[in-house]
Write a protein that binds this ligand. Structure first.
Ligand SMILES: [Zn+2]
Length: 496
């Protein structure tokens, strides 16, 4: 029976954030060795769950090593990166002889002093397992793929949905390829191509054109002799590293020329749609005014500048200030504010509180000074059983309080930065999001798997913050140039 080592290290690092990600962020997000990996991820709609599913189907033995995951935020400290890399390599070494290695990476991890943290990790794994052993790696749709990541792995298999609801399926696909490679049935060979563009986060949504059609076009490749897999990755624009931006990858059975041709073809397709891969959402004042004018509720206001899944502060008060200013009622706004939660715990359920909430990390609007009464106190744990972006089943938003303000507006105050990928974040508190007039989601696209089914109207808002949606707002220094929309056309190297 083939033995395949399984592990991973997943982080999406926003290099514009001043915060740093340390070991405690992984310990609270998920850091397991051995059988603990199955316990956390085995049943989840996550690629690691897909690895186990593939093992059960194909009959290979999984040797679990180390798996770490942390909420997107600023880069890892160099000590954290070194520690986690060492632990993973040690666990792989202790796994003994294996026929292949399966790793789950995000692909947009950055550490202090290491812009290409995923590529450098793969190089270390490669040197440990030798040049010929299959190393199959899953990536997030937002990976910023470097040449090193391609050269040091046998196959990179990325999610092809945003919101990410195919994580388990892509993990299973990677597991199937690892098993076929481990048993000598195939020899995965890959190539990549990167068009010189940055794709606006809203235009990355795979339910929207042109991304929808571009992803659907991958099916046309499947008929080619020797084709194994292909991915279009949208890239993570909030990282100032050379590899930032989209990537096209093709994996074939020992046919590099075919893989290169396919990757170039996909890259040319993206380039051809470059003028549609952008968006111009309204600002906060206009968005709230539009929301007040519609009868299709709840109105979901998408706080693009404070997209927690993109590594933002999670405490921006720009939209709640605007809602109260324009007299909105029945709004539901989640803010990360551990101190405000403590004040609510002190007051107790039914107690009244005078708060200065949010606006402490994100300074684009001041803290919200309000009085209200504490409706709910909760430990913040809830379970999501459906396929949702991120694939997390056992969720923890930290100690949480619901505060009712005037006009039936409500603040949900959390002690951990927690992205809005599951309605469980609200329903576990006894709230009914369907009956709200406004819901602010601090996200860009990922929230949709959970919220689109209950949304009356969705308004994406061009708010300021660490994840403000227009890449032209950022000062990039290390990204490869020229690149759209930072540089004017024509871009000579783009003739693909
Ligand atoms: Zn992603």
């Amino acid at each position: 029976m083939a033995r395949i080592a399984v592990g991973g290290l997943m982080h999406e690092s926003n290099t514009f954030a001043t915060s740093r990600t340390d070991l405690t962020a992984f310990e609270s997000g998920g850091l397991e060795i051995g059988d603990g990996i199955f316990q956390r991820w085995g049943e989840a709609h996550h690629e690691v769950g897909g690895f186990f599913e593939s093992a059960a189907k194909n009959g290979f033995e999984i040797v679990p090593t180390l798996m770490g995951w942390a909420t997107p935020s600023g880069p890892l400290t160099s000590a954290t990166y070194r520690e986690l890399t060492d632990r993973l390599l040690q666990a792989l070494q202790e796994a003994g002889p294996v026929d292949a290695v399966l790793l789950a990476l995000h692909g947009a991890m950055v550490a202090d002093g290491e812009d290409d943290a995923d590529g450098s990790l793969l190089a270390k794994v490669r040197s440990l397992i030798g040049p010929s052993r299959p190393l199959i790696v899953t990536l997030d749709f937002h990976a910023n793929v470097s040449p090193l990541m391609v050269s040091e792995s046998s196959a990179l298999i990325a999610y092809q949905t945003y919101p990410h609801v195919d994580q388990r399926a892509r993990g299973k696909r990677a597991g199937d390829l690892a098993w076929q490679a481990a048993t000598g049935l195939i020899r995965p060979t890959q190539a990549m191509s990167k068009p010189p563009i940055l794709i606006h986060l809203l235009a990355q949504e795979t339910g929207r054109e042109p991304m929808k059609g571009l992803i659907a076009g991958l099916e046309g490749l499947e008929r080619s002799q020797g084709f194994l897999d292909a991915s279009i990755l949208a890239g993570f624009p909030y990282a100032d590293v050379a590899a930032t931006g989209p990537t096209c990858i093709a994996v074939t059975d020992n046919n590099l020329a075919l893989a290169s041709e396919m990757a170039e073809h996909l890259s040319a397709s993206l380039w051809n749609y470059r003028h549609q891969l952008t968006a111009t959402p309204p600002d906060a004042a206009e968005a709230v005014a539009r929301g007040l004018a519609t009868s299709q509720t709840p109105v979901i206001l998408v706080d693009l500048g404070d997209n927690i899944g993109g590594g933002s502060a999670a405490d921006s008060t720009v939209l709640i200030h605007e809602l109260l200013k324009q007299g909105a009622t029945r709004s539901l706004v989640v803010l990360f504010d551990p101190d405000a939660v403590l004040a609510c715990q002190h007051a107790g359920v039914g107690g009244s509180v005078a708060l200065s909430a949010g606006g402490k990390i994100d300074r684009n609007a001041p803290p919200l000074r309000v009085t209200g009464f504490v409706e709910v106190l909760h430990d913040g744990h809830y379970v999501e059983k459906l396929p949702r972006h991120g694939g997390i089943r056992n969720n923890d938003q930290g100690a949480t309080a619901v505060v009712r303000l005037e006009g039936e507006n409500r603040l949900v105050l959390t002690s951990l930065r927690h992205p809005p990928f599951s309605l469980g974040q609200l329903t576990s508190l006894g709230l009914t999001p369907e009956s709200a007039r406004f819901i602010v989601v601090k996200a860009a696209v990922a929230y949709k798997a959970a919220y689109a089914p209950i949304a009356g109207t969705i308004i994406e808002v061009d708010t300021p913050g660490l994840t403000a949606s227009n890449p032209a707002r950022y000062t990039y220094q290390r990204i490869r140039r020229p690149i759209l929309p930072l540089d004017p056309e024509p871009i000579v190297e783009a003739v693909v």
